[in-house]
Write a protein that binds this ligand. Structure first.
Ligand code: PAD
Ligand code: ZN
Length: 360
């Protein structure tokens, strides 16, 4: 089977191989023929060691496809069903899935997925990223890791919902709970940041400021609902004119740098919310004075997978796409093949793309 392999953490290129194989489909598992997969910054963050993950591994976690085989006891999906891959699926039974109502934080399935490699190379086990591994023609995953969708939904649209869109829109609607009429600033206009902007528009925010280093991204951001867009160095004066210098009701960080996490906190108003969506390095730190945390009464909140319950939220987002509220088609800057993956990472690092989708 053809798949893109990350041989070692720190490698800058993925290896295209035709000899990756799958283990047998075990009880409770499903085999999915991948139809489409988005390229997310988190894939790159595994390569450069920002996101911890054992190598060798098959990257890719933003995918959708068709069920090719179901293991013993699987009743939730059947062969031929169209599905979105959920990289952090709920087990449905633990405290996070039940009384805490935080199913995105359930580790029971994700750790099983991450801990049980379903790919092999020369007979040796190869893991999939976050237990997924969508940069492959086929993959195996516990049945909780797939969400069935309607057959008429293009699978490239489904793939985007599987990570970037769920993460960004979910951060706004589920984690920060942006309210109508509020002011929002979003740092970073990749697939995740653009999804935050679309989410803020859905929430009815009246001011949505996009911040990015790349001029093209600032134009893109306006197309997706940003009312203003600027370079980081222009934000201070825009903040002064839009908020009287007080800061924004909500600030979202969708880059993954300590400096922009700090900037999101600084640009939230007193009593406002700074929501950290980007994934930074384990050994990079954001500093706060011991006084300001109390004094500013800001809410500083991380957002993991858009605080999603994938079983209902994927459908909710697809509904918003159907009614025209989310322009997911417009997010696709380039449609590429699996063999173009290394170039795709280069384009992402140059900040040229919102999302690139690999179709099989
Ligand atoms: P991306 O690389 O497509 O977009 C990042 C954007 O940030 C680009 O447009 C850059 O030009 C811009 N940028 C970079 N540096 C700066 C800077 N200093 N100031 C302003 N703009 C800058 O990434 P993405 O949208 O795929 O992912 C964004 C982050 O979200 C990344 O850290 C990823 O790992 C994280 C993520 N988090 C979750 C989660 O569950 N929280 C899920 C998926 C992705
Ligand atoms: Zn992702």
């Amino acid at each position: 089977m053809r798949a893109a392999l990350l041989r070692n953490i720190g490698d800058t290129q993925l290896e295209m191989r035709d000899d990756i194989e799958l283990t047998a489909v075990g009880p409770g598992e499903v085999r999915v023929k991948i139809a489409a997969t988005g390229v997310c910054h988190s894939d790159l963050s595994v390569m450069n060691g920002t996101i911890p993950q054992p190598a060798p591994c098959v990257l890719g976690h933003e995918g959708a496809g068709i069920i090719a085989e179901v293991g013993e006891g699987v009743t939730t999906v059947a062969v031929g069903d169209h599905v979105i891959i959920a990289w952090s699926p709920p087990c449905g039974e633990c405290a996070y899935c039940g009384p805490r109502h935080q199913p995105n934080l359930c580790f029971n399935i994700q750790m099983v997925m991450g801990g049980t490699p379903h790919f092999t190379l020369d007979g040796a086990p190869v893991a999939g990223m976050a237990g997924a591994g969508t940069f492959a023609e086929e993959m195996i995953i516990p049945h909780q890791g797939v969400v069935k969708i309607d057959d008429d939904i293009p699978l490239e649209i489904g793939s985007l919902v599987g990570c970037g869109v769920m993460t960004g829109v979910g951060a706004v609607l589920n984690t920060a709970k942006v309210t109508a009429g509020s002011s929002v600033v979003v740092f970073g206009c990749g697939g995740v940041g653009i999804s935050c902007i679309m989410g803020a528009k859905v929430a009815g925010a009246s001011v949505i400021v996009a911040v990015d280093l790349n001029d093209g991204k600032l134009e893109d951001a306006k197309r997706f609902g940003a009312t203003h867009a600027c370079k980081p160095e222009e934000l201070e004066s825009l903040k002064a004119s839009l908020t009287g210098g007080e800061g924004f009701d909500y600030a979202f960080e969708a880059i993954g740098l300590a400096s922009t996490m700090r900037a999101s906190y600084d640009n939230a108003r007193r009593g406002g919310t700074a929501c950290i969506v980007g994934v930074g390095k384990l050994d990079e730190f954001v500093n706060f004075s011991a006084f300001e945390l109390f004094f500013s009464e800001k809410v500083l909140v991380g957002s993991y997978y858009g605080s999603a319950d994938v079983r209902t939220d994927f459908h909710k987002l697809l509904g918003l796409w159907r009614d025209g509220s989310l322009d997911l088609d417009g997010m696709i800057t380039r449609r590429i093949k699996l063999d173009d993956i290394n170039e795709a990472f280069e384009a992402m690092q140059r900040g040229e793309v919102i999302r690139q989708v690999i179709s099989f």
